[in-house]
Design a binder for this molecule. Structure first.
Ligand code: MLT
Length: 312
């Protein structure tokens, strides 16, 4: 008998706009990365992508929102290293980064800079460190809440110099940098995606990058070793997630669209101008992101534990 042609399952996705939740305020580094990638993914997927900023609690409120969202492929999360520091910082975290998400892929890894209000008169990082060690809690350090990248960098900095500053938390480092430029706060360790232009135009001061090699985008900034903090290193990886139970076909289509976006010349150029680069296709995979989330939980747990009160 002739084989009966069975119509292939009509896999139709996406058939409506997609929301990507950014767990920090608009205008910050996570928002910047997301809007660049979303623009390109939207073109590939043929649907609008709406970026929704859900700030609070160092990114954990936004992440929880997506962990509990419908797993239909229309609510995604773009989050960073905070996904893997939160378990050590929040005893009652309302989600589990290792079970409550499907992993689409790694997106980018962004260096940070140690920055200050433009009126700070110190010339070198060594001078700033001596000033902080003298002033202690008289120095106002801005971050985006416990679990933010700016929180982690501040924790590492305060532990490295053995001094507690007064921490001023924001819903994201978009608003934090506005206050830094205005002089309402003294220091902020933030990602180059949110500071490169402000450093170039002098609206904030920067003292060092937080990665072992100087950046082509900010060539005058010393490395931590050159600036007197030899063991200081932190950079902020970002991943794209869907709620647990999202179908493998949808995850695969999202991974494909992410990889196409990360190969987009415009995305590459805009990232380069902001001191970063897209993750390679080999990292923009579910397996690579899942491995990163798990390994980073193991990496940062003891560091946060050892930091004691500097982690608050
Ligand atoms: C952070 O500090 O985690 C981010 O800079 C927050 C943000 O993207 O606004």
């Amino acid at each position: 008998a002739a084989a009966i042609a069975v119509p292939a399952m009509a896999f139709a996705y996406p058939t409506q706009p997609i929301t990507i939740v950014v767990p920090f305020s608009a205008g910050g580094p996570t928002d910047t990365v997301t809007r660049l990638v979303a623009q390109s993914m939207s073109a590939e997927l043929g649907q609008n992508i709406v970026v929704e900023n859900v700030g609070g609690a160092g990114g954990t409120l936004g992440a929880a929102r997506v962990a509990q969202a419908r797993n239909d492929g229309y609510t995604l999360l773009l989050h960073h290293i905070g996904m893997s520091t939160a378990p050590s910082l929040y005893p009652n975290l309302p989600f589990d980064p290792t079970t409550d998400f499907e992993y689409v892929g790694l997106v980018t890894e962004v260096p940070m800079v140690i920055a200050a209000r433009p009126s700070l008169e110190h010339e070198t990082l060594a001078d700033v460190i001596a000033w902080v060690q003298a002033e202690g809690e008289g120095v106002l350090y801005a971050n985006a809440g416990m679990g933010a990248a700016s929180h982690l960098c501040g924790l590492l900095f305060m532990e490295a110099i053995g001094t507690q500053m007064t921490v001023i938390p924001y819903q994201g480092t978009g608003p934090a940098i506005t206050d830094l430029m205005g002089g309402q706060v003294d220091l902020l360790c933030d990602q180059t995606t949110n500071t490169t232009n402000q450093i170039r135009d002098g609206s904030i001061k920067a003292y060092a990058v937080t990665v072992p090699d100087r950046l082509d985008s900010l060539p005058d900034l010393p490395t931590p070793a050159e600036a007197g903090l030899p063991d200081f290193s932190v950079s902020i990886w970002h991943g794209l997630y869907a709620p647990s139970g999202t179908s493998p076909e949808i995850v695969a289509r999202l991974t494909e669209a992410l990889q196409i976006a990360l190969a987009d010349e415009n995305v590459i150029a805009r990232f380069a101008d902001l001191g970063t680069a897209p993750s390679p296709a080999s990292d923009a995979t579910p397996e690579a992101l899942q491995a990163k989330v798990v390994s980073e939980i193991a990496l940062w747990g003891p560091v946060i534990e050892a930091a004691g009160e500097f982690a608050n």
